[in-house]
Design a protein around this ligand. Structure first.
Ligand code: PLP
Length: 357
């Protein structure tokens, strides 16, 4: 039996996607060749890149004037590339929100290229909430936020509309809910949380914002070069892109982002209801900012840990240990996690309560 996989990332992918992906390793497109042994410039693989791009544009309703590109180096390299491509070479300034580990790393990298203004932070309460009602000074080259804080289980429900370019790290909730791409100038996401396996980063960028900083850029770090070369500037991560294509096709066939948003709402509601009801547990994130992707919770009585851990392991649950910075448990409920898996976790939490009498 397949484990109930709550891993925070890399994480669960749809079963049928994994089967198709395994087949392509042996025989891709009936070529009697593996996907792994053909040229990335072959027409069969170029078709994969084109289809993946088209699926992302379709699923996210990407407007005209935006490009979708596939890069490597993870979201972590985007922390660098965003600043290099958007911050003015002379007197560059950008506004960042500091809402967790990833947001903090993005902010730190940007400091290598200009002045960074931390316009909001939730560090005072161990990143357990999303700061609101802050202002962004005039004259910023861009504003940067993190839509979902994977480690702390908080998620932006209402995006700020800044008076400058708007950049968002959507690594851990892209494609999990509908967003209006036109509200952003650049969105980036490591694929390994909702779109596919590790190894590929998706960047959605408004074409007209590029090339305006006066900064000389190394070729690989220049978004425009990847746009001009249609993600074939160098050898792309062929297998990651292929599995992402299968995952996007799975999402489209099932009803798209609107459909998965409904399922994700249901899963999160089921788990949070139990966290709030069960006297043995407590959630760590502010209720109004809770993430639909990563639910963080603690046992009120740490002495029950061994018992609870043995119970969820016996129930076939995997990957719910909390991040070391928060402790306790983190149940990640990405797109491919079925509602039934959340029910198994809820049943286990209730079984622990019963066992206490
Ligand atoms: C996982 C994650 C990252 C880091 O991604 P890498 O691909 O490992 O560089 C960045 N931001 C967020 C929000 C994440 O969840």
């Amino acid at each position: 039996m397949k484990a109930h996989n709550f891993s925070a990332g890399p994480c669960i992918l749809p079963q049928e996607v994994l089967k198709q992906a395994a087949e392509a390793v042996v025989n891709f497109d009936n070529l009697n060749l593996s996907l792994l042994e053909i040229s990335h410039r072959s027409k069969n693989f170029v078709a994969v890149v084109d289809k993946t791009t088209a699926l992302i544009k379709d699923l996210m309703h990407v407007p005209e004037g935006y490009s979708v590109i596939f890069l490597q180096g993870g979201a972590s390299l985007e922390f660098v590339m965003v600043a290099m491509n958007l911050m003015k070479a002379e007197g560059g300034k950008a506004a960042y929100t500091n809402t967790g580990t990833w947001a903090g790393k993005a902010l730190k990298e940007a400091k290598n290229f200009g002045e960074v203004i931390e316009v909001a932070s939730s560090k005072d309460k161990n990143y357990s909430y999303i700061p609101k009602g802050f202002s962004i000074p005039d004259g910023m080259d861009y504003f940067h936020c993190t839509s979902n804080n994977t480690i702390y289980g908080t998620q932006i429900k209402e995006f700020v509309k800044p008076n400058c370019l708007n950049v968002c790290d959507m690594s851990s909730d892209i494609m999990s809910r509908e967003v209006n791409v036109a509200d952003f100038d650049l969105i980036y996401a490591g694929a390994q949380k909702n779109m596919g396996p590790a190894g590929c980063t998706v960047v959605i960028v408004k074409d007209e914002i590029l090339g305006k900083t006066g900064r000389k850029l190394p070729s690989y770090l220049n978004y425009q070069i990847h746009i001009d070369k249609e993600s074939m500037f160098n050898t792309p991560p062929v297998y990651s892109i292929y599995v992402m294509m299968l995952t996007m096709q799975w999402l489209k066939d099932n009803g798209g982002v609107k459909w998965i948003e409904g399922v994700n709402n249901q899963k999160a509601a089921l788990l949070y209801k139990e966290i709030d009801r069960n006297p043995l547990f407590v959630g760590t994130a502010a209720v109004e900012d809770r993430s639909n992707m990563n639910a963080c919770f603690l046992l009120k009585d740490e002495s029950l840990k061994d018992q609870f851990d043995a119970m969820w392991k016996a129930a076939g649950i995997s990957g719910i240990n909390g991040h070391r910075d928060v402790g306790g448990y983190r149940a990640s409920m990405y797109n491919a996690l079925p509602l039934e898996s959340v029910q198994v976790l809820v049943d286990t939490m209730q079984a622990l309560e019963k066992a206490q009498g």
